[in-house]
Design a protein around this ligand. Structure first.
Ligand code: HEC
Length: 145
């Protein structure tokens, strides 16, 4: 009989050997379904940073909006921080979208205090152009329809 190196059982076997003074491990320790290879665990899934996981949209304006969003808005919105609606959360966006894109964009440029929390003007980055903010709003809205 050849014992294939199945370490946990071998270890147990050796323990019994030592403990009982037997020359061979007891028959019950034979591994009936002995396989040549010990199964290797599946590799752990690679997790990318939250904001960068989604693929860029095909529409160039929305793709630009995603870039602005990832860098300036995701910090609050992707985490749903302080009541910031998460893009894709249709329930959180339906009433907002109903106002129309122009109203939402204006509010995002100027900032506002809503029921859920405080949205800072341009997400707190005054160096963003109005177009950049508008594209980010379009991107967020498009994901949430
Ligand atoms: C400091 C956190 C924070 C950052 C950064 C931030 N937001 Fe917000 N945003 C909020 C919060 C909180 C609300 C919800 C306010 C409410 O309705 O009570 C909100 C709401 C919104 C809304 C919904 C507006 C409406 O009319 O309901 C839009 C659109 C929006 N943000 C766009 C943006 C954009 C674009 C950026 C990046 C340029 C951004 N936000 C960055 C916190 C943030």
């Amino acid at each position: 009989m050849t014992m294939k190196p199945f370490l946990p059982f071998l270890t147990v076997g050796l323990f019994f050997l030592g403990a009982c003074g037997l020359e061979k491990p007891p028959a019950s320790l034979k591994f009936p379904d002995e396989k040549k290879e010990v199964a290797t665990p599946a590799p752990a899934p690679v997790t990318a940073p939250v904001a960068a996981t989604a693929a860029a949209p095909a529409d160039p304006k929305l793709a630009a909006g995603k870039t602005v969003y990832d860098g300036n808005c995701a910090g609050c919105h992707e985490a749903g921080m302080m009541g910031a609606p998460k893009p894709g959360d249709k329930a959180a966006w339906s009433a907002r979208i109903a106002q129309g894109l122009d109203v939402m964009t204006k509010k995002s440029l100027e900032g506002f205090q809503g029921k859920a929390g405080m949205m800072p003007a341009k997400g707190g980055n005054a160096s963003l152009t109005n177009e950049q903010v508008a594209s980010a709003v379009a991107f967020m809205t498009d994901k949430s329809k």
